[in-house]
Design a protein around this ligand. Structure first.
Ligand SMILES: Nc1ncnc2c1ncn2[C@@H]1O[C@H](COP(=O)(O)OP(=O)(O)OP(=O)(O)O)[C@@H](O)[C@H]1O
Ligand SMILES: [Mg+2]
Length: 404
């Protein structure tokens, strides 16, 4: 939409920024940080560590006590605050919509403010409504007539209305239930993939941070920046005890999200369709007419030859799709009643299954080297061969130690 020059992409630089409130509280302490353009940076940390204060200093709702903030190299105080804010969308918890304006009216606020015609602003608002996944008829409603999740989507649409290069989001999804929250997160990822804004997102939820962030800025109470890096870097190598404790005990498991499962061997898996006779023994994978997985049936629990019925199905677990991570592969294996994780192709058809040994081997490789793919490519080993090899090496180690 906007004719934004290429060199104005929204790099945000904090130079030794501190904020002391009049009552003496040091909310932010000497923060130096370069927030890259076109990516999502998440400020994450415990309550009261200065996340909101830092965010609001970017659009000058709060002024720093010391230091300065630059956008694309230009001091943000060099232009009037209202002008600065036109290039910065802002989304808060509970959306903060104007209750007396319709949904379209809310979204059109900034376009009208910057002089767009009523007609053009309405058209832009309708386009954005669709963009954030809301039905056009909702445009006429008032905020109180929407669910919390819908209001939050309108909040995002409103912030995007003037196509600002920068989007500030302060715990935007904290007030909605976990299912809606996941939907909103997925929607933001999709939007950001299309739009490539400089997004600064505040949360105290490390899972949300890892999911959404290209970069994480981990903040400690007292407004100290404890670590800045990619989610993988932070999970794999926490800078100090505070970060290690904050990213939590599941960090090893979370880190598996960054290891690709594409190199894992997928083994052929016999399948059966609903209505077809049961055969063989043990767990049998049931598929629909398009070869998409429906669940598992245990042939041992039913007379041989009995047609597979819907009520006999044990629903399957997570599926591994192309591009999936070792974390998903592990979850697919652990959540499958057969222990074999189901791998599907991009169209959702069954490709085969993953052997638990392969997946555990990949998890081990990922934990120790951060990369499974390179290893398999280099050694031309399957994960099972690798797992066996490792076990053999460990056995040999133990033998030689015992021998001493
Ligand atoms: N207007 C104010 N006057 C005095 N102290 C304030 C003011 N606003 C915030 N603070 C204090 O500054 C510190 C940082 O507050 P801030 O709102 O930035 O934290 P936060 O990380 O966003 O926390 P939360 O996760 O709870 O939203 C806190 O100790 C808070 O009490
Ligand atoms: Mg806050």
């Amino acid at each position: 939409m906007s004719a934004r020059p290429r060199n104005l992409a929204g790099v945000i630089t904090f130079e030794q920024v501190s904020k002391r409130y009049p009552d003496g509280t040091l909310a932010v302490d000497g923060l130096s940080l370069e927030i890259p353009d076109g990516a999502t940076t998440v400020l994450v940390g415990p309550s009261g560590c200065g996340k909101t204060t830092s965010l609001r200093m970017i659009n000058r709702m709060i002024d720093p006590s010391h230091g300065r903030i630059l956008i694309d190299g230009k001091d943000i105080t060099s232009e009037p605050a209202p002008l600065l804010r036109r290039g910065i969308g802002y989304v808060i918890q509970n959306a903060g919509l104007f209750p007396n304006r319709t949904v379209l009216g809310n979204i059109a606020t900034v376009p009208l403010l910057v002089g767009m015609s009523k007609r053009a602003a309405r058209a832009r608002a309708s386009e954005l409504l669709e963009r954030v996944g809301l039905a056009p008829e909702l445009g006429k409603r008032y905020p109180a007539q929407l669910s919390g999740g819908q209001q939050q989507r309108v909040g995002v649409a409103r912030a995007l209305a003037a196509d600002p290069p920068i989007l500030l989001m302060d715990e935007p999804f904290s007030a909605v239930d976990p299912v809606v929250r996941t939907e909103l997160q997925d929607e933001l990822l999709r939007l950001q993939h299309e739009l490539g804004k400089t997004v600064v997102f505040v949360t105290h939820d490390i899972d949300e941070a890892v999911k959404l962030g290209d970069r994480l800025a981990i903040m400690a109470v007292g407004g100290r920046l404890a670590q800045f890096g990619t989610p993988a870097e932070v999970l794999e190598a926490p800078a100090d005890d505070f970060v290690a404790a904050f990213v939590g005990r599941d960090r090893g498991y979370r880190a598996l999200s960054f290891a690709s499962a594409d190199a894992l061997p997928v083994h052929p898996e016999p399948t059966v369709k609903l209505g077809e006779p049961l055969r063989g023994n043990g767990w049998l994978l049931v598929v629909d007419d398009t070869d998409a997985p429906r669940g598992w049936v245990n042939a041992d629990e039913h007379p041989a030859g009995q047609p597979v019925r819907q009520q006999d199905l044990r629903l399957g677990g997570t599926l591994l799709a192309p591009g999936g991570s070792v974390r998903t592969a592990l979850d697919a294996a652990l959540s499958s009643p057969s222990g074999r994780g189901v791998a599907v192709d991009a169209a959702g058809k069954v490709r085969g299954t993953l052997r638990p040994g392969d997946v555990f081997g990949a998890a081990e490789r990922a934990a120790t080297s951060g990369s499974t793919e390179a290893y398999y490519d280099e050694k031309q080993l399957t994960a099972t061969e690798h797992a066996e090899l490792t076990a053999a090496e460990q056995g040999a180690d133990r033998l030689s130690k015992d021998g001493r």
